[in-house]
Design a protein around this ligand. Structure first.
Ligand code: GLU
Length: 606
């Protein structure tokens, strides 16, 4: 889940270290245990790396002092070897001429390392990655040029990788290869770039090529060469795409954190999602046809996308369809019975989540039709699915998903309600979905101050339960995930009726229990609230105004009232006070919600 960047400029740049630093800051959401850069300047390779954030390492290692015409950078999320200086990327060969950065896992690294050690190579890290520069060095020693050696080395690697290499023997080029882990080439006027994400390419150019699996090549300003590993050349002109995003959308603006910016952007993001759905008729019609012709619908996602899948599947079941939500990392078991007449909906913000991607591939092998719901139309999942729906939520930088979660649920409900209504595209539900931006805005407006106060109370909690019945459960699951992710409060979500079957034994005086009442199928929840209160729980109830009863008020320490709206709207928007609660609890506890420890946004390793 690392972020990688490479820049090749047409002339020596005094600010190359600064350019790499800026690019790495944009990629930091992908991993942030250690950081490093390598440049070639005047024919020599220079390298600097250490443990810490981009900002701290750039300062301590003085990245600003690095100049040159070619450079690579890396922000790491360790898979093999602890986060130490030695294990930080870039990694180099014995001669310190070749430097590489890598995202992914080299599965056969142990045997390659043994072979290379027996050939006299010295290793200085515990990473899987370090075999790559030594392998290139070894192959080069038989007389091959850098690209031929790079290609041969790549063909010997098993596993997943996005790799960029530089070599002071061929000092104008960057060499790149991709299998599963994402890699994008940016083609500017005086620069070419390679990066894990468009976000770091955009300051230079909007013209990009998204590499496919098993493609590799090299680039220097004015020349890009790409081929498939089997030698089939790639026609560059036909592959160049223009990116729609503008760089301003990536800035934090006046907000203290991306998380609050993205929470507050939800009215806008939802309006973009809905108008996109209304205008993208081809994709939506194709998706509806796939769903209508299917026997069973499987909705696959990981993390927040899984919770969105839960909401979508429940909504479809509510309308009588056969639908299941599947955790992407377990899809190979859950999809074992998948048949060609079934449909799979792959939900992934980045469109690169590896478990979801593998589920897509497996599903296609079995002949099932696949619809992707993504926030990146150029992503691998979008490209490999039979059709994709682009959510248009705008870039989401905070590791914890907020606006993309609500856009995912809105998209699934849009498809579900269209499917449920045979008259296509004029159902009541669709009218209701158009109200999403207004309802989202009013919920933010009406709950934020209240939630700030509640966050002070939550900040002293060790654990909390989040309970809801039926549609309240997926929201509770997402709410619990949020507070866990960013505020490090241990939180567990349960269907409220299940709480009697075990969880309630933990409830003692002051234990926080947060109920979400959606208004559908919720008749029995009053009893659950009472049960918790009578055991001393600190009860918070989030519910629509029309469901407020004296019993609920008497048994709740906090009541957060939300607008009474149709199910399609509450199921999307009632998570918002929970997102705010997680955010303000993180602040109360002194944590940076944008960078939760051990987490990375785009999970491209198993
Ligand atoms: N396997 C490499 C390492 O641990 C790269 C990790 C990643 O891409 O997350 O350094």
């Amino acid at each position: 889940m690392c972020g990688i960047i490479a820049i090749a400029a047409s002339e020596r740049r005094k600010d190359l270290g600064l350019l790499l630093t800026e690019a790495l800051k944009r990629l930091e959401y992908r991993g942030y245990d250690s950081v490093g850069i390598a440049v070639i300047d005047g024919g020599d390779l220079y390298i600097a790396k250490n443990v810490g954030t981009v900002e701290s390492v750039a300062k301590s290692e003085d990245f600003a002092a690095f100049s040159g015409s070619v450079g690579i950078g890396h922000t790491r999320w360790a898979t093999h070897g602890a986060p130490t200086r030695e294990n930080a990327h870039p990694h180099v060969d014995c001669t310190k001429k070749i430097a590489i950065v890598h995202n992914g896992i080299i599965e056969n690294y142990a045997e390659l390392r043994d072979m290379l050690k027996s050939r006299g190579h010295t290793f200085t890290s515990d990473t899987d990655t370090e075999v790559i520069p030594h392998l290139i060095e070894e192959i080069k020693s038989s007389g091959l040029d850098t690209y031929s050696a790079f290609k041969k080395a790549v063909s010997m690697l098993k596993g997943t990788f996005a790799i960029v290499a530089i070599d002071s023997d061929d000092a104008r080029k960057i060499f790149f290869a991709r299998r599963v882990s994402p890699l994008i080439i940016g083609i500017g006027v005086n620069t070419v770039l390679a990066s894990s994400d468009i976000v770091s390419i955009l300051p230079f150019t909007r013209n990009v090529i998204v590499l496919n699996d098993d493609e590799l090549g090299y680039a220097e300003p004015g020349k890009v060469f790409i081929e498939v590993i089997n030698g089939t050349p790639v026609d560059i002109a036909s592959r160049v795409q223009r990116v729609e995003y503008s760089i301003e959308e990536f800035s934090r603006g006046p907000y203290e954190h991306y998380m609050i910016k993205e929470i507050r952007e939800q009215p806008y993001a939802l309006s973009q999602t809905i108008s996109g759905l209304v205008s993208a008729r081809d994709e939506v019609d194709k998706s509806i046809k796939i769903l209508r012709d299917s026997s069973t619908i499987y909705i696959v996602g990981a993390g927040s996308s899984y919770h969105a899948s839960l909401a979508g599947a429940l909504y479809l079941r509510y309308h009588g369809f056969k639908a299941h939500a599947v955790v992407a990392s377990e899809a190979n078991i859950h999809l074992r019975g998948l048949r060609a007449e079934d449909a799979v909906v792959a939900v992934s913000q980045s469109g690169e989540t590896i478990d979801t991607l593998l589920a897509v591939r497996e599903s296609k092998k079995k002949g099932a039709r696949v619809i992707a719901i993504v926030n990146n139309p150029l992503s691998t999942i979008a490209r490999e699915a039979d059709t994709h729906i682009y959510m248009r939520s705008g870039p989401e930088i905070c590791v914890a998903a907020t606006k993309t979660f609500t856009s995912q649920v809105a998209t699934l409900l849009y498809l579900g309600s269209t499917l449920a209504d045979d008259s296509l595209r004029t159902p009541k539900a669709l009218e209701a979905l158009k109200k999403l931006p207004y309802v989202a805005a009013s919920i933010i407006e009406s709950t934020e101050e209240r939630v700030k106060v509640l966050a002070k109370r939550m900040s002293s909690a060790q654990s909390a339960y989040y309970l809801g019945r039926a549609f309240g459960y997926p929201i509770s699951a997402e709410a619990a995930l949020k507070i866990k992710e960013v505020a490090y409060v241990h939180a567990e979500a349960y269907p409220a009726g299940e709480s009697k079957h075990g969880p309630i034994s933990l409830v003692v005086n002051g234990f926080p229990v947060v109920f979400t009442v959606i208004g559908e199928l919720d008749e029995l929840i009053e009893g659950n609230i009472e049960e918790m209160k009578s055991r001393g729980a600190y009860v918070v109830t989030v519910l629509p105004t029309n469901r407020v009863t004296p019993t609920i008020v008497n048994n709740s320490n906090e009541v957060i009232q939300l607008p009474q709206v149709p199910l399609e709207v509450s199921l999307v928007t009632y998570v918002i006070p929970h997102q705010l609660l997680a955010y303000y609890t993180a602040l109360e506890r002194g944590y940076n919600p944008d960078k939760p420890r051990n987490l990375a946004k785009t999970v491209t390793v198993f």
